[in-house]
Structures are given as structure tokens and as C-alpha cells.
Design a protein around this ligand. Structure first.
Ligand code: GLA
Length: 368
């Protein structure tokens, strides 16, 4: 369930967190510009550095971004179930927007993350709303839901087989600001089995795709993170076929605590999982006390990339947008109001010029 007090405490922490202005590395473009692009570095390090493509490829910068700077693409929305199936017939899909992006990825010879198969958060967007009505009115809700989920997983995996390197099989199983599993329809009917079964079905239909469980953490070392880790241990003990843990890594309120993040990464890798940052961004407004917010933001990208690169289990990072002119925070309350500071979360500015963040990320990846 949505926990309002926890949201309040995140906002309170945003205004209270102290920051350091002592950055020893200057990521100004002139000093740290290197010949290599992120894409070159990704190939050299055998990881993926990705970006997103929006519906109908409206942000034309995707054509400049890929493959020059990024060697992986994720559909921002086009592969979400509620975008594919809009009517009452759950077998009637409109694949056109997703196909367009898959074609682009093929043409540009970059790989794709599949985002996302099962996500219960937003009826009508993350999954077709009609499912709630079907479940409400039927005699065997669990049996019916099992069939519906398996059918969708099979349809998507088989259609995009060959295009997708890793699927987010289940997205955001936890409450956003609470410590429990989110109370979605899927959870109400099947309990946490909906998560485990989704991976078992995905495993049945996949060929070479890896299977990821994707979640957002504001804090990598708290009760919520512990709950997640306990669940991963349970899944491992039961041989649930999860390969990769996707960490969305939207930095919207506060800079992450790197010792907490390291603790979390040590935990999940020691259980036996690989990991990726799947939706990374860093709002500039997070650095409210810094004299040089541009540098602080770049340093944050650097720190994240450096920490992740220390692990052999690190598969890559996807940035949840291309340029600051097209960013999802500008339409999201409370970030749209301005009092949480400027958003500008990505590696390219409004004019598609590289920001110091670009070099921060690049140097973080190449630093051993
Ligand atoms: C979550 C989802 C993404 C996207 C963002 C907001 O992180 O996983 O697909 O919807 O919210 O843009």
C-alpha cells in the first residue's frame, strides 16, 4: 500500500541532507574530454550502456544517440502491456510502436532491454484494465490470472525473440514507499507467487534472453532493501530462474549513500545474481547545497559507475532518457513545480551537447 509518511520523510530528507563540495575531479568538458565515446567504452568493458526510445520515436535525438553513444535501447513505454492491449480482447495486440523501436535497434545493430512483462502498478498503462474486471467476475480468479499472465509472457518473448538481450520479467514488486510487496491485483490474487511463476513461464519460452527482476530503491540499506534481499534468497533456494537484478536507480530526492549501495551489491552478488542499472538518472536539483551543481551531478554519475564497475557481475547501465529537453520529471508532480530544484537529469543538455555528466559516467566506467 502507498505509504504517505514514507514519502513525506523522503521529501524531508531532501531538504535536510548535507552535501560535500569537495570534488577533486573536474569533469569540465575541455579538461576531461576523451576521444572515446560511451559506446566504445561499453564495448571495451563488455557491458551495455543504453538509453530509451519513446513511443513513435518522437525524440529524434535517438538517431544521433544510437549507436554513436549508446549500444543498447529500451522502449520507454511501447512494450508495456497496457500500451499493447488497449481494448477488452486480451489476445488483440498492437505491436506497431514496439516493432518500430525493435526495427531501429536492428538497423543500428544495438541490443535491447525488454521492458517490461509484468508490472501491476498502473491499471490501464502497466497492464490492461480489463484484467481487473475479468478477475472480479470469475469463479476461479487464480486459475484465470495464471492463464492470462502466461499468455502475455509467451506472446512477448516469442515475438521479440532475437531482439531482446534481457527481459524485465517483473517490474516494481514492492510498494514504492513501504516495506512490503505492493498490493496489486496480481498480488491480491496470487500472492508473491505471481512473481515466481512469471519467471518460470518466461524461462519456459525464452531462448537466450536473460531474465531480470526490476526495482527502484531510494535507499539501498533499509528495511525495504532487506525485505527484497530475503525474497531473493527465497527465490534462489527454490531455483526460481532469475538471472539479473535490475536496479532502476532514479536519483530523485537524495544522492545515494555509496556504502549502503555497496552493501546491497555485495549481498545480491553473493547470492549469485548479476545486476544492471536499468533506468538511471540523477536530478540536478538533488544537489541543492552544492556551489557547483553541474560538477556535483557529474561526480554522482562517476561514483555510481565506478562502484558498479568494481563488480564482475555488472552487465550495464541504461540512462532513462537522452537529453534534458525530454525528461519525464518535468511532467511529474512534485518535480514539475520547481521547488524541488531543476531536473536536467541526463547526459546531454537541451541542445544535445554532452554535459560533464557524460564524462563523469565515462570516467567512472574506465576507472578500475
Ligand atoms: C518506472 C517504470 C518506467 C517508467 C518510470 C517513469 O520506473 O519502470 O517504465 O514508467 O517509472 O517514467
Amino acid at each position: 500500500m502507498f505509504n504517505y509518511n514514507s514519502l513525506k520523510s523522503q521529501i524531508k530528507m531532501f531538504f535536510a541532507t548535507p552535501e560535500s563540495n569537495n570534488y577533486s575531479i573536474d569533469f569540465s568538458q575541455s579538461k576531461y574530454a576523451v576521444e572515446e565515446s560511451l559506446s566504445d567504452v561499453a564495448k571495451k568493458k563488455n557491458i551495455y550502456i543504453g538509453t530509451i526510445a519513446d513511443n513513435n520515436l518522437e525524440n529524434k535525438n535517438i538517431y544521433k544517440a544510437v549507436p554513436e553513444h549508446f549500444n543498447s535501447v529500451t522502449c520507454e513505454n511501447a512494450m508495456k502491456w497496457g500500451k499493447l492491449v488497449k481494448g477488452d480482447d486480451l489476445t488483440e495486440y498492437d505491436f506497431s510502436a514496439a516493432d518500430e523501436i525493435a526495427d531501429l535497434a536492428n538497423e543500428k545493430n544495438v541490443s535491447m532491454r525488454g521492458h517490461t512483462l509484468i508490472w501491476g502498478r498502473v491499471p490501464g498503462a502497466s497492464y490492461p484494465k480489463i484484467i481487473d474486471d475479468i478477475i472480479k467476475d470469475c469463479d476461479d480468479p487464480a486459475g484465470e490470472l495464471n492463464k492470462i499472465l502466461e499468455h502475455h509472457i509467451r506472446t512477448m518473448i516469442q515475438r521479440y525473440s532475437g531482439n531482446i538481450r534481457v527481459w524485465d520479467v517483473v517490474n516494481e514488486p514492492l510498494e514504492v514507499f513501504g516495506e512490503d510487496f505492493a498490493d496489486y491485483t496480481f498480488y491480491k490474487v496470487l500472492g508473491k507467487d505471481y512473481i515466481k511463476k512469471s519467471f518460470i513461464w518466461a524461462d519456459k519460452y525464452r531462448t537466450t534472453e536473460k531474465l531480470a527482476l526490476n526495482e527502484q530503491f531510494f535507499n539501498y540499506r533499509d528495511k525495504r532493501a532487506v525485505k527484497f534481499i530475503e525474497f531473493l534468497k527465497e527465490c534462489k533456494a527454490e531455483n526460481v530462474p532469475i538471472d539479473v537484478i535490475g536496479l532502476q536507480h532514479h536519483i530523485m530526492f537524495n544522492e545515494p549513500k555509496y556504502d549502503g549501495m555497496k552493501w546491497f551489491l555485495d549481498e545480491i552478488t553473493s547470492i549469485g545474481y548479476r545486476f544492471e542499472l536499468t533506468e538511471a538518472d540523477v536530478r540536478k536539483g538533488v544537489f541543492k547545497k552544492s556551489k557547483d551543481k553541474t560538477l556535483a551531478q557529474a561526480k554522482c554519475y562517476y561514483n555510481i559507475a565506478k562502484l558498479c564497475s568494481e563488480y564482475d557481475e555488472f552487465d550495464g547501465i541504461t540512462i532513462w532518457g537522452i537529453d534534458d529537453a525530454h525528461n519525464w520529471y518535468d511532467n511529474l508532480s512534485p518535480f514539475d513545480k520547481g521547488f524541488m530544484g531543476v531536473n536536467a537529469p541526463f547526459l546531454f543538455d537541451e541542445n544535445f551537447c554532452k554535459k560533464p555528466c557524460y564524462y563523469g559516467l565515462l570516467h567512472g566506467i574506465i576507472s578500475e
